[in-house]
Each structure stands twice: as C-alpha cells, then as structure tokens.
Design a protein around this ligand. Structure first.
Ligand SMILES: Nc1ncnc2c1ncn2[C@@H]1O[C@H](COP(=O)(O)OP(=O)(O)OP(=O)(O)O)[C@@H](O)[C@H]1O
Ligand SMILES: [Mg+2]
Length: 216
C-alpha cells in the first residue's frame, strides 16, 4: 500500500525529511508518531502528491510517485483519502454538501449518496448539523465533517493528520473506534499524531517514530 525508500525532502536548504524508508501493507493500522515539527505533515503531503518527490522512491496505492504527472494527481487523490490538519472544508457549503462532494465527483447515484451521507453523519454525531453551512460550526464539528468526507467513499487508504486535534476526549475515543471499524472492513489507516494517548487506544497498531525528519 505504501513503500518508501530513502525519501528526503527539503524546503530550500532545510531538510525536513531525511532518508525515510518504510512499508505499509494493505489493511494495516499505522501511527506516524512524532513531536511538533518532526515532519509528519510534510510526509503526508508528499504521499498525497501535494509536494513532489525530491529524493528517493515512493509507491502509494499503486502509484509510483517518481513518475507522477500532473494529470495523474486527481487519480491518486481518488484512491487515497486525506484529512488535513487544517480540515479544508468548504465554508459556504452545508455539512451535507461537503460530505457528499467526493461521491458527486465519482458519479454515485443520488439515492445512494444520500443514504451514505446520512449514515456517516449519524456515526460522527453531525445529524442535526446537516443543513448548516460549515463556516458556522465549531472547530471539532468541522474536523468531523472533514473526516466524514474522507471516509464516505470507503477508501483503500486513509491518510489522517492529527485528526483529534480539536476533539474532546470522548469524541477522540469515538473517532478512533470509527477508524478501527473502517480498518476492520479493509481500509488501511495511516494516522499522524503527536498525541501518545491515541497510540494506547490501538495497541495492535504499528508505530513509526518520526523525529527531526528521521523515521524508525
Ligand atoms: N511550506 C514550508 N516552507 C518552509 N518550511 C516548512 C514548510 N512546511 C513545513 N516547514 C518546516 O518543516 C518542518 C516540519 O514541519 P511539519 O509541518 O511537517 O511538522 P509536523 O510534524 O507536521 O508538526 P505538527 O505536529 O506541529 O503539525 C518544520 O520545521 C517547518 O517549519
Ligand atoms: Mg503537522
């Protein structure tokens, strides 16, 4: 599902990722664990094709990132769902519209789209926010909208950047339970966090430690 070999990445002369190598098998639950500034978001952005590979080799969900052309990026983005640290929900669209968007793009029939949107919003306790524009929601609610939008298509691979950053303890626990369920149904989970408590909640998960750009 993921295979990195000696990946390094620099912003100008500042090397943020240093010779990172690891593999993730389909169906694994993996934490990318490391302190603030370690390079977690940068690594996720490389995996998602929003930063181009500078050094090393990487395969993501069957895509060879060293051969990724601009035209292939939308295909990669359909195979790989991502929840960004800063959510990126569309502020003027409603919760319902935000969550349905990836299904609209894929041409999923309307009835099925509505069924799935309602179901995932219920799971994430957004059912009475469905018709409100996202700009009026709290940070934690917007984060849950971003998560609903990312999982609503049953992705093969879910990349998630600090998904519980704005959630209280109860919602964080609940969210990890949801991720575990998706994982049991076959979604590979790759979750970046600096919060050690999350690791304790998924004891069977693999933990990759990222520190100052080095991964082990
Ligand atoms: N666009 C950028 N331009 C220059 N430097 C950057 C850029 N993005 C990140 N960096 C630098 O790269 C390093 C790693 O940042 P990154 O955001 O990947 O860390 P992180 O592990 O996600 O941290 P956090 O837990 O705080 O989200 C930091 O030193 C940061 O200043
Ligand atoms: Mg980050």
């Amino acid at each position: 599902m993921l295979k990195l070999r000696h990946v390094s990445y620099a912003f100008g002369s500042h090397w943020v990722l240093k010779n990172v190598s690891f593999e993730v098998e389909p169906g694994e639950f993996v934490f990318l664990f490391g302190p603030s500034g370690a390079g977690k978001t940068t690594l996720l952005r490389v995996l998602h094709g929003s930063l181009s590979l500078q050094r090393g080799g990487a395969h993501v969900a069957g895509f060879d990132l060293s051969r990724l052309t601009k035209r292939m990026v939308p295909k990669l983005r359909r195979a790989v769902s991502v929840v960004f640290q800063e959510f990126k929900v569309l502020p003027h669209k409603t919760v319902r519209e935000n969550v349905a968007l990836p299904m609209l793009v894929r041409g999923i029939p309307r009835a099925q789209m509505e069924r799935r949107t309602n179901a995932i919003c219920r799971v994430l306790r957004l059912e009475n926010r469905m018709n409100l524009p996202c700009r009026g929601l709290s940070g934690g609610e917007q984060q849950r909208v971003a998560i609903a939008r990312a999982v609503v298509t049953n992705p093969y691979l879910l990349l998630s950047d600090e998904p519980t950053g704005n959630l209280d303890d109860e919602l964080s626990t609940r969210l990890l339970e949801i991720f575990k369920q998706f994982n049991q149904f076959g979604t590979t989970i790759f979750l970046a966090t600096h919060n050690r408590r999350l690791l304790e909640q998924v004891p069977q998960a693999k933990v990759l430690h990222l520190e100052d750009g080095y991964c082990e």
